[in-house]
Design a protein around this ligand. Structure first.
Ligand code: COA
Length: 258
């Protein structure tokens, strides 16, 4: 792998995008490797929680690689957007929690990558934006869809139509990130949070993610049916017996992911 590294320690898979000479901008090589890494994570029982970061202190990801834009035909642009969307949808559909740890620039495809993660924490120097309009193009890796769903249409349209950069504290106020830490504390804090997720029921987490994303684009009644069916499926697991028994025996639960 040239651009994407996976380190596994204590149940946590840390995915680092490392193309620092271009502020970790996403070229086709980065997308291919991200896809490969997330496919391997899905089949790796050692990994229960994933953290995504950008290498270096300056940038999470500064966007899709603009150098490809000048020569791109409309048909190629369609395929380009679909390719990024497909990789980001793979990340979003992970049955294991995915946390973005964002330092520096999260622009364009970088903001969209963060949006495809389940939870986002940022350092106090983080800058978010969908600056595509400044280039005369639009967001194409899910920004026009996931951003309004996360922060509301008005706030999303402000970002998408003005291309302005949003600092970490404003991103937190908008609900774009779950929390902000001083840069030096970001990774330790995110790791601590990830460890907290490790002690919860993994099957329950996977079924929660399934219910949330199945329901996200549906009517309330079909979303509630998605929840009821996930609730039924969690009662097929051994972990739910352990969870309730541990509570009644006043001891911490020991989940086996079964
Ligand atoms: N695609 C391709 N290359 C990129 C890039 C991107 N999205 N973002 C940064 N780079 C490259 C620069 O071209 C430069 O390469 P070079 O050293 O070979 O010339 C290198 O990364 C460093 O970027 P630079 O612009 O010199 O850093 P800076 O600190 O002055 O500015 C940014 C940082 C993020 C403000 C600026 O790089 C920028 O605006 N990037 C584009 C952001 C964007 O529009 N993203 C959405 C794309 S659809």
């Amino acid at each position: 792998m040239d651009f994407v590294k996976l380190d596994v320690k204590g149940g946590i898979g840390r995915v680092t995008i490392d193309r620092q000479s271009k502020l970790n901008a996403l070229n086709s090589g980065v997308l291919d490797e991200l896809e490969e890494v997330f496919q391997s994570i899905a089949n790796n029982d050692e990994i229960r929680v994933i953290i995504i970061t950008g290498a270096g202190e300056k940038s999470f990801v500064a966007g899709a690689d603009i150098s490809q834009f000048p020569s791109m035909s409309p048909e190629e642009a369609h395929a380009f957007a679909q390719r990024g969307q497909s990789v980001f949808s793979l990340i979003e559909s992970s049955s294991k929690p995915v946390i973005a740890a964002i330092t520096g620039f999260a622009l364009g495809g970088g903001c969209e990558l963060a949006l495809s993660c389940h939870i986002r924490y940022a350092s106090d120097n983080a800058l978010f934006g969908q600056p595509e309009v400044k280039l005369g193009v639009i967001a194409g890796y899910g920004g026009t869809q996931r951003l309004p769903r996360l922060i509301g249409r008005g706030r999303a349209l402000d970002m998408l139509l003005s291309g302005r950069m949003v600092k970490a504290d404003e991103a937190q106020q908008m609900g774009l990130v779950n929390g902000v830490y001083p840069q030096a504390e970001l990774l330790p804090k995110v790791e601590e949070y990830a460890e907290g997720l490790l002690s919860q029921g993994p099957q329950a987490q996977a079924l929660t993610l399934r219910a949330v994303f199945e329901g996200a684009d549906s009517t309330l009644s079909s979303g509630l049916e998605a929840e009821a069916s996930a609730f039924r499926d969690v009662f097929k697991t051994e972990d739910r017996v352990e969870g309730a028994t541990a509570f009644l025996e006043r001891r911490p639960a020991k989940f086996n992911n079964r």
